[in-house]
Design a protein around this ligand. Structure first.
Ligand SMILES: Cc1cc2nc3c(=O)[nH]c(=O)nc-3n(C[C@H](O)[C@H](O)[C@H](O)COP(=O)(O)OP(=O)(O)OC[C@H]3O[C@@H](n4cnc5c(N)ncnc54)[C@H](O)[C@@H]3O)c2cc1C
Length: 385
């Protein structure tokens, strides 16, 4: 058993690391302070082949696989978690269209997503009454002579201000709960798609999160992605894969904070010796290193299973719940090691702490991940079989 990334996975990891240092690092603190959509970063990411990492080269992607994708996301998140969430969602949208789209949708949209011609993709599932429970969805699509008219409101949509393509879920029948939901591909310039103002968030300030209103939003029959009424499985499959991305993002943030704490523990002296000579500080660093190592292995296992084409839903949820919660703990410890500087916005760990918090909420809260895991335990074996 070889746990090391192979040569091509390592090459993608190194490529993402150098991209993050060259492009993301100089702008990350300013983006956090000023807010806004990281358009220049994402255009550069498209040029660097980071908007279709796990998309086949025939459709304009890098075809690097899920493990390489996870490694790349961890590298960009170490430096700018805000740009990384837009990257994660756009990669997810490109994969969803690749997987569920018909030939025409694939050929028309996926290369444009990879090249950044649609800026980025957005994923519009959540609604005021439907976050953890998509069955509470009220957005509706009504069939017309020319296709569909979509009416409703979506909430918390990453990159909602600028995305050129939205994957939108809407009810197409009166069937209750998660039945009768369909998926639509809606261009950002479609009349009736109205973008809200960016929310004022705790973190990830350099990414925008907005409401999207759909008012008489008319799309042709070709906008439907996958089968009519089978939208819920599309969303769940997308989120299973997306959770590997968010777990990778959280891991990157936790690693960044722990590295800062390590450097400070070496450089700063108190009571006549380096902080890192104090056992209490050593234990904090040891706990973070142990937990982040475990998180890394869980994330890589989920990515490896998805890459092999085997079931990975439970493993993706395990990776997400562990990586996000332990990375949050690691960011908290990093603040503790830095003392007052850890609490000051001039030092990165304060941003890391705010940025990592949401990873326990979006693409399924920690509670939802535990539901997914426990349901699978009931179906299979406690050790996953
Ligand atoms: C920065 C940001 C970006 C986002 N980006 C997107 C995006 O791009 N696209 C998108 O569609 N959505 C996005 N979201 C929305 C996100 O996915 C939802 O916020 C999330 O799914 C939780 O839904 P909710 O906020 O409605 O919370 P609720 O579903 O109301 O849950 C509230 C609390 O109750 C708990 N809870 C709910 N049901 C249960 C249960 N059965 N058992 C135990 N506990 C339960 C939850 O875990 C949570 O702690 C984003 C959110 C944020 C903050």
């Amino acid at each position: 058993m070889d746990l090391r990334p192979n040569e091509s996975q390592r090459a993608v990891q190194e490529h993402a690391r150098s991209f993050a240092q060259r492009v993301l690092a100089p702008e990350a603190a300013r983006l956090d302070r000023e807010g806004g959509f990281p358009r220049a970063n994402l255009a550069a990411a498209a040029q660097a082949g980071l908007l279709g990492i796990n998309v086949p080269p025939a459709l304009g992607g890098r075809g690097a696989g899920v493990v390489a994708y996870s490694l790349a996301i961890t590298e960009t998140a170490r430096v700018c978690a805000a740009t990384t969430v837009a990257l994660c969602v756009s990669n997810m949208v490109a994969e969803v269209v690749t997987h569920f789209g018909n030939e025409e949708q694939r050929r028309e949209l996926v290369p444009k997503l990879c090249r950044g011609e649609l800026v980025v993709g957005a994923f519009a599932l959540s609604e005021p009454g439907a976050g953890s429970d998509p069955g509470g969805m009220r957005t509706k699509a009504t069939r017309t002579d020319r296709g569909w008219v979509i009416e409703g409101s979506k909430l918390w949509i990453t990159s909602g201000t600028d995305a050129g393509l939205f994957v939108v879920w809407a009810r197409t029948s009166d069937a209750p709960g998660t039945r009768g939901i369909s998926t639509f591909l809606v261009r950002g310039d479609t009349p009736g798609l109205i973008r809200g103002k960016p929310e004022h968030k705790m973190g990830l300030n350099g990414s925008t999160t907005t409401a999207i209103d759909l008012e008489g939003c008319e799309v042709g029959p070709e906008a439907m992605l996958g089968e009519e009424g089978r939208g819920f499985p599309v969303a769940m499959m997308a989120l299973d894969g997306g959770r590997i991305g968010i777990a990778s993002q959280a891991l990157g943030i936790g690693l960044a904070a722990t590295e800062t704490a390590r450097r400070v523990a070496i450089d700063r002296s108190r009571f006549g010796r380096p902080l890192g000579d104090q056992q209490a500080v050593q234990h904090m660093l040891a706990d973070s290193a142990t937990e982040l190592d475990a998180a890394r292995l869980l994330v890589l296992r989920a990515a490896w299973l998805k890459e092999r084409g085997t079931a990975f839903s439970r493993e993706a949820s395990i990776a997400k719940v562990f990586a996000t919660e332990r990375s949050f703990a690691a960011c908290g410890r990093a603040i503790q090691v830095l003392g007052a500087e850890g609490y000051d916005e001039a030092f990165e760990v304060e941003r890391n702490y705010r940025d990592v918090r949401v990873t326990m909420i979006y693409e399924g809260t920690s509670e939802v991940q535990r539901i997914v895991i426990s349901r699978d335990i009931m179906r299979r074996f406690a050790d996953g079989g």
